[in-house]
Design a protein around this ligand. Structure first.
Ligand SMILES: [Zn+2]
Length: 329
């Protein structure tokens, strides 16, 4: 197991200025408060909520057509969910591979979601994110499915949720809608259907959301990597130019993505980046100076947020702990 405690450069960086801002947008309150109510109302059956931490799993690229790999990862997730008493699941997109999902009543909801992640420990709120394959089908159908499912909480293409760590400490998780940022998809709109999405508006929303945040920790999730060292996709120039400066200015704790089907931790521009695309298949990784850990492996992330630390554990389909990293304040 690979272990990295980032208490040096990272710690000094995170201790730098945090502004207290009291102005919040209506939009911010709508989604954040909605999410908190969802969390409070839906603890997993038989699980106690740890009052001094927020614990959750992140799964990316899990659209797997009910493959043996997808099932193996779901079994490992359930084991980890039971052990760590997780409170919710976050997805990093490509919830359905191929040409996405056809409708909110498509039978694939049962065969590729409900029947796969069926363990009682995974009957907690799921907070999804869109990937490129989701846009190849009906993205609206993924939002609409929130009406039919007790755990699928996907009410907007980009949104934020807030999780309580203790009575005075909160974690903010921001879900970005990254496919519309990608030039290639905009040029192939007949396949990706992204042209109607207003990227400039999303950027303004992100900036104002982070400006108003008084959360102890902020994690931003988007399907496409900002940085990734893998031969299939790698870095995303559009996000490096349009999104990274905002995340850096607001000192976010970590950016987590999928898209490359690898498990990887990178440290770049004084920020932590996790690629968590091992939900259903795996590909090769590259070596690079900014890679803290990387493996072409199935897997998911298990995250525990405490008042003074954030712990990221990369776990594979056999519940092997591949890598652990702790960020401290
Ligand atoms: Zn993708």
């Amino acid at each position: 197991m690979h272990d990295a405690t980032l208490s040096g450069v990272a710690s000094r960086f995170y201790q730098s200025t945090r502004k207290i801002i009291t102005v919040r947008s209506k939009f911010f309150f709508f989604f954040v408060i909605g999410a908190v109510i969802g969390l409070a109302a839906s603890p997993a059956v038989g699980q106690e909520i740890d009052s001094s931490s927020a614990r959750f799993l992140i799964l990316g690229d899990w659209g797997g057509f009910a493959s043996e790999n997808q099932k193996a990862v779901s079994v490992a997730m359930a084991r980890e969910a039971q052990k760590s008493k997780i409170q919710f699941v976050v997805t990093a997109g490509d919830n359905y591979h191929g040409d996405g999902i056809a409708s909110a009543t498509d039978t694939r909801w049962k065969t590729e979601f409900e029947d796969i992640y069926s363990d009682p420990s995974l009957q907690v709120p799921w907070y999804p994110t869109f990937g490129n394959h989701d846009y190849r089908g009906s993205a609206e159908a993924e939002l609409e499915y929130s009406k039919y499912s007790k755990r699928w909480k996907f009410y907007a293409r980009y949104y934020a949720q807030e999780a309580k760590i203790d009575d005075s400490t909160k974690l903010l998780i921001v879900h970005l809608d990254t496919p519309p940022f990608i030039n290639e998809y905009r040029q192939r709109d007949e396949q990706y259907h992204v042209a109607g999405q207003d990227v400039a508006r999303q950027i303004r929303w992100l900036d104002s959301l982070l400006s108003a945040s008084d959360d102890r920790w902020v994690i931003v999730v988007g399907h496409h990597p900002i940085y990734s060292a893998a031969p299939k996709h790698g870095n995303t120039p559009e996000l490096i130019s349009d999104v990274l400066p905002i995340l850096a200015r607001h000192h976010v704790s970590a950016y987590i993505c999928g898209h490359d089907h690898v498990m990887q931790h990178l440290f770049h521009d004084r920020m932590n980046f996790f690629v968590c695309g091992g939900g259903a298949e795996h590909r090769e990784v590259n070596e690079r100076d900014d890679v803290v850990f990387g493996k072409g492996s199935l897997g998911f992330l298990s995250i525990a947020a405490y008042r003074d630390s954030l712990t990221f554990r990369m776990i594979d389909e056999k519940n092997t702990l591949l890598h652990r990293s702790t960020i401290k304040k």
